[in-house]
Design a protein around this ligand. Structure first.
Ligand code: MLT
Ligand code: MN
Length: 302
């Protein structure tokens, strides 16, 4: 059995974002829209030992809000046995700093992502005496604990914002291993799902991998590629940030249409994305196309 728990459905900044005075963020502040913390999912095969897929800056709040992640035994305990990172973006790694306090756990990431963490001395608070760092080799499934199988695979993405190199050409220094997707399986039953919170394009290889999948959580950062510019809330397109958008001819909904994925859930949703609100035409359109919008506390069992 595979337990899946959405800890945070929003993209970087969360919903509401601290400095956004948009109508949507104001609604989230007064409670007429559901708030969302930053991008993370927890998985478990037995409901007792959990692995975090990304560690968001909101991790402390996320743990407090989810009883599954509370300590249960003795004076010091945590059901969190490990963290798997899909990139080194701030919204996916800053929560590691909440996991100090000399507690043992395993940290899985690609060579590139480990290098980004190593280059930043603040992550040294995760002492090697407690935190074991494992290199993820894309395409090689591994079992962090009996019963749980994880496979990382490369997806098109972008180097983290704080490592962008404008001299390095259009890719800004992006290299293999900067962005991965994960296939998570219950080794006993073979039941599995995919978690891909950041993806810049649908490639043939990715489409083949996802074809007929039972469940995919996928990058839902923006609804329209230029929505941040149109809203006056940013200068960048989704493409520039390394994200596909939900809508449009080269958007996620169109790319998934021929793939026969049984359950499709958007995650990592930016606070400018109108589908975060449950009463917008865009939300109705996405749902009519067979997609769900993740929310904090959403659970699935496979
Ligand atoms: C992204 O997903 O594009 C990044 O998290 C953006 C950021 O670093 O704020
Ligand atoms: Mn992000």
């Amino acid at each position: 059995m595979l337990h899946i728990l959405v800890l945070g459905a929003a993209a970087g900044g969360g919903f509401p974002q601290w400095n956004s005075n948009s109508a949507a963020c104001r609604r989230a502040r007064v409670g007429t829209a559901r708030q969302a913390t930053q991008s993370s999912v927890a998985v478990s095969c037995d409901g007792a030992t959990w692995y975090l897929l990304n560690a968001s800056p909101d991790l402390r709040q996320q743990i407090n809000e989810r009883p599954q992640l509370h300590p249960r035994f003795g004076r010091r305990h945590s059901p969190i046995a490990g963290v798997v990172l899909t990139n080194a973006d701030v919204d996916h790694v800053a929560g590691l700093l909440c996991l100090r306090e000399s507690h043992p756990f395993s940290l899985y990431a690609t060579t590139r992502v480990h290098a980004a963490l190593r280059a930043n001395p603040i992550f040294g608070v995760l002492s090697p005496a407690c935190v074991t760092r494992h290199e993820l080799a894309p395409g090689e499934p591994f079992r962090p604990v009996t019963g749980l199988e994880i496979e990382a695979f490369a997806v098109p993405g972008k180097v983290p914002l704080y490592l962008e190199d404008p001299q390095a050409g259009p890719g800004l220094g992006t290299a293999d291993g900067d962005t991965i997707g994960l296939r998570i399986a219950d080794a006993a039953s073979g039941r599995h799902f995919f978690y891909i919170p950041g993806c810049a394009a649908m490639t043939d290889a990715l489409a083949d991998r996802l074809y007929g999948a039972p469940l995919v959580f996928f990058d839902g950062t923006l609804y329209r590629d230029d929505e941040m510019i149109r809203a006056g809330e940013g200068a960048k397109t989704g493409r520039r940030m390394g994200h596909m958008s939900m809508s449009g001819p080269d958007g996620v909904v169109a790319a998934f249409a021929p793939l026969g994925v049984r359950r499709r859930i958007f995650i990592h949703i930016n606070n400018t994305n109108p589908t975060l609100l449950d009463d917008t035409p865009e939300r109705r359109e996405i749902e009519a196309a067979g997609w769900e919008i993740a929310y904090d506390g959403m659970e699935a069992i496979l």
